[in-house]
Structure formats: structure tokens, C-alpha cells
Design a protein around this ligand. Structure first.
Ligand code: MLT
Length: 293
């Protein structure tokens, strides 16, 4: 009967294709947008939790999840999940890092060209872009920037000089990148080490009139420092695809282009992510295989 089914809770919007798949696999699936306290009282009866970035899966929630075996992020960033708390309870944390790469890339390219056109009469051809992070999205952005005739610098501590050069990308230290880039785009995960990677001090080291894009995580860029720099003209144009906090004045500045973290939200991307997560969750709960852990 239904009471013996393995139970999965989905608390952020994901494409229905994955929810249907989970039900077809035989799981009991509940889809609900919950407040933190509702989640805290609901979580004890579930074996799997599927989220995007709106649900904060903190220590308290994890410790209350007595039967929880899998926390699944339908997307890439896992900074909203307390990985240490999950590991202590032997709960698997997984993501789907491939499904929405192209969506994030295409939005970045749109914002890049829009930013250049909104604030100057020149385009991006012949200009230098510095990419902070050359992972899945960074690499796709790099390829497209090269196709646009830009010079591409990249800072990525995990990237070998040889691998970068093989892709016509110039490896750079952060300082070189700040000194030389006309455009800077952030494509790294949010970790304790990257929080505020673009802070007041580093913005000061950028070229006067730099264009900055953040289609990654909000906390990678210090918004107060960025606001000050946009006001002074140090930053000529800023594009943000981050979960907005509407009270910050930066979101109303005429030189700032904002989208509400929709990079991943193409129909194709969300269907891919949703199918991938349903498959991964099923495999893991059945002990068959463990991917993207
Ligand atoms: C991600 O990390 O994949 C993004 O936050 C996309 C999303 O789920 O909205």
C-alpha cells in the first residue's frame, strides 16, 4: 500500500517530467512550497528531498530528517545545503551539473552584448573578457566569446596553463585579470573561499569603466561595493542574474541589468535537469549507482 512506499518531498519548482518519472518508478512524491518551520515538521517522514536554490537545507532540517537518505539539487549550486551536516548523517547530496549549462551560457552572452550596447557605442569585438572560473559554464562562455572575436583570460585554480592555451584561452592570475579585462564574468561555485571574490578591494583594481557580469551566486560579488562602483562610474555596466533582494538599491540603478536568476530556466534545461535528478535519486535509493555526488 501507499504507506510502505519510499517518500520523496520536492520543495522547489522543477519540471513535471521528473516528478512523473519518480511516481512511475513507484515513489510517493509530494510537491510543496514550505516555510522553514513547515519543512522542519514535514521532513521526518521523507527518504528523499529534491530542491533547487530557494530551499535552505540547513543543519536543523538535516538533523530532523531521521529517515533522509538523499538530498538532491535539481541544478548545479549546492551552497544552500549544509554538506557537512549531511555527511555526518550519511545522507547523500547530489546535483545535476550538466543539464542547465547551455541555458546559463546563453543568458550570459545575451547580457554581455546587451550590457555593451546599453552603455557604450562600441561592441565586444576585440575587447578582453576575464572569466573567473572556467568550469562547465565558463568554458562554454569562453568558446562563444572567442567566436565574437574577444580575447579571453581565465582565472581558475583547477585549470592547467596547457589546458587553457589548448582552447585559445589565456590563463591569468586574479590580479592580471582585474588589470586587463574590459569585461569580467563570474562562473565559479560559492564556497567559503569564493564568497565576495569580487569585493571592494578587487573592484578597485579593475579598469575604470569595467563591465561586470554575475550570472552565478549573489554572494560572489559584494553588492554594496558594486553599488558604490556603479555610482562612481568605476563599473560602467553591471549585469546580475541572481536571486534578487529587492530592497537593495543596486537593482534599481539605470546602469544595472537584472534578471531574477533565470539562466537555468529554459524549457529544455529544466526538463533535462528534472529527468536527470529523478533518475539519479531512483538509482541511489535503490543502491544501484551514485552519480554527481
Ligand atoms: C543552478 O545552480 O543550477 C542554478 O541555481 C539554477 C537553478 O536551479 O535555478
Amino acid at each position: 500500500g501507499a504507506s510502505t512506499k519510499t517518500r520523496i518531498l520536492v520543495t522547489d519548482p522543477i519540471d513535471s517530467v521528473g516528478i512523473d518519472a519518480l511516481r512511475t518508478y513507484g515513489y510517493h512524491v509530494d510537491v510543496a512550497s514550505l516555510t522553514p518551520s513547515q519543512l522542519l515538521s514535514e521532513i521526518p517522514s521523507y527518504h528523499g528531498l529534491v530542491v533547487r536554490s530557494n530551499t535552505r537545507v540547513n543543519k536543523e532540517i538535516i538533523e530532523a530528517g531521521k529517515q533522509l537518505r538523499v538530498i538532491a539539487r535539481a541544478g548545479t549550486g549546492v551552497d544552500n545545503i549544509d554538506l557537512i551536516a549531511a555527511t555526518k548523517q550519511s545522507i547523500l547530496v547530489m546535483n545535476t551539473p550538466c543539464g542547465n549549462t547551455i541555458g546559463a551560457t546563453e543568458l550570459t552572452m545575451g547580457l554581455l552584448t546587451a550590457l555593451a550596447r546599453q552603455h557604450s557605442i562600441s561592441g565586444v569585438h576585440g575587447k578582453t573578457i576575464g572569466l573567473i572560473g572556467l568550469g562547465r559554464v565558463g568554458e562554454q562562455v569562453a568558446q562563444r566569446c572567442l567566436a565574437f572575436g574577444m580575447n579571453v583570460l581565465a582565472y581558475d585554480p583547477l585549470l592547467s596553463d596547457k589546458a587553457a592555451k589548448a582552447r585559445d584561452i589565456e590563463p591569468a592570475t586574479l590580479n592580471e585579470l582585474f588589470a586587463r579585462s574590459d569585461f569580467i564574468s563570474i562562473h565559479c561555485p560559492l564556497t567559503p573561499g569564493t564568497r565576495g571574490i569580487l569585493n571592494k578591494d578587487r573592484i578597485a583594481r579593475c579598469k575604470d569603466g569595467v563591465f561586470i557580469l554575475n550570472t552565478s551566486r549573489k554572494a560572489l560579488l559584494d553588492l554594496d561595493a558594486a553599488y558604490e562602483a556603479v555610482e562612481s562610474g568605476k563599473i560602467q555596466g553591471l549585469a546580475l542574474d541572481i536571486v534578487p533582494s529587492s530592497e537593495h538599491p543596486i537593482f534599481r540603478h539605470p546602469n544595472v541589468l537584472c534578471t531574477p536568476h533565470i539562466g537555468a530556466s529554459t524549457k529544455e534545461g529544466q526538463a533535462r535537469v528534472s529527468l536527470a535528478i529523478s533518475h539519479q535519486v531512483d538509482q541511489a535509493l535503490r543502491g544501484q549507482s551514485y552519480s554527481n555526488i
